[in-house]
Design a binder for this molecule. Structure first.
Ligand code: AMP
Length: 229
């Protein structure tokens, strides 16, 4: 559904489906790790035509390919810490600047500094915050499995794959992310509270925040998000 348009000698990705549906908002998805940002962003991409940019996925790809960025990012990611701002900002800047139409930022910004940098790159229309209780997050993350090929996510109890260890969508192998073990999950939640939670206030102060309870079925949450778009 994505068409390419050559403008001033540069490739611009025009998301025609999104624009024709009026789905052309620039969205920041906020919420703690495990709140369902990735799952909802995937639905918004496949069903509504939004382009999804996930810094976590981009970083994991860099780690897998052992690029210089990947080599620098790996130790932070394995420990559940944030990758230094500059590395992530460079990564996202290029992506955002080549997009027209609606898109979702999943996992960016994660600090006030990143949010300020983003203000200088683009105008965000809405920040959707998925709200979930901490103990539920630990359960969700430690039972999460991710597809090595397409990054689709599953939960061993609530959203299991049809065949054990295999992705329903592409048949890829499912694995447990190295940062989804309990000790690292607790550290990621601490990092979230210290660094990312203040963004809820930041976007609220700009009149752009929408809070959505992140508990309930994936469909219910998706419907609640759709009413805000
Ligand atoms: P995620 O897949 O969004 O949970 O991200 C996984 C890991 O990637 C995080 O725990 C961080 O180490 C790193 N990461 C992703 N996005 C960012 C960001 N915006 N700033 C810093 N580190 C990030």
């Amino acid at each position: 559904m994505y068409a390419l348009n050559h403008s001033i000698g540069r490739k611009k990705v025009i998301n025609e489906n999104a624009i024709s549906l009026g789905m052309d908002k620039r969205i920041v998805l906020l919420g703690p790790p495990g709140s369902g940002k990735g799952t909802q962003a995937e639905r918004m991409e496949s069903e509504l035509g939004y382009k999804r940019i996930s810094t976590g996925d981009l970083l994991r790809e860099a780690v897998r390919k052992q690029t210089s960025l990947g080599k620098k990012a790996k130790e932070y990611m394995d420990a559940g810490e944030l990758v230094p701002n500059q590395l992530v900002v460079d990564l996202i800047k290029e992506k955002v600047e080549e997009l027209d139409g609606g898109y979702i930022l999943d996992g960016f910004p994660r600090t006030l500094k990143q949010a300020e940098v983003l203000e200088g790159i683009t105008d965000i229309d809405i920040a959707i915050n998925l709200d979930v209780d901490e103990e539920e997050l630990v359960d969700r993350l430690t039972k999460r499995r991710t597809c090595k090929e397409c990054n689709a996510v599953y939960h061993l109890m609530f959203n299991p794959p049809k065949a054990e260890g295999k992705c329903d969508k592409c048949g890829g192998e499912l694995y447990q992310r190295s940062d989804d073990t309990e000790a690292v999950v607790r550290e990621r939640l601490r990092v979230y509270k210290d660094n990312t939670l203040p963004l809820v206030e930041f976007y609220s102060g700009k009149g752009k925040l929408v809070n959505i309870p992140g508990t309930g079925s994936i469909d219910e949450i998706f419907e609640a998000i759709k009413t805000q778009l």
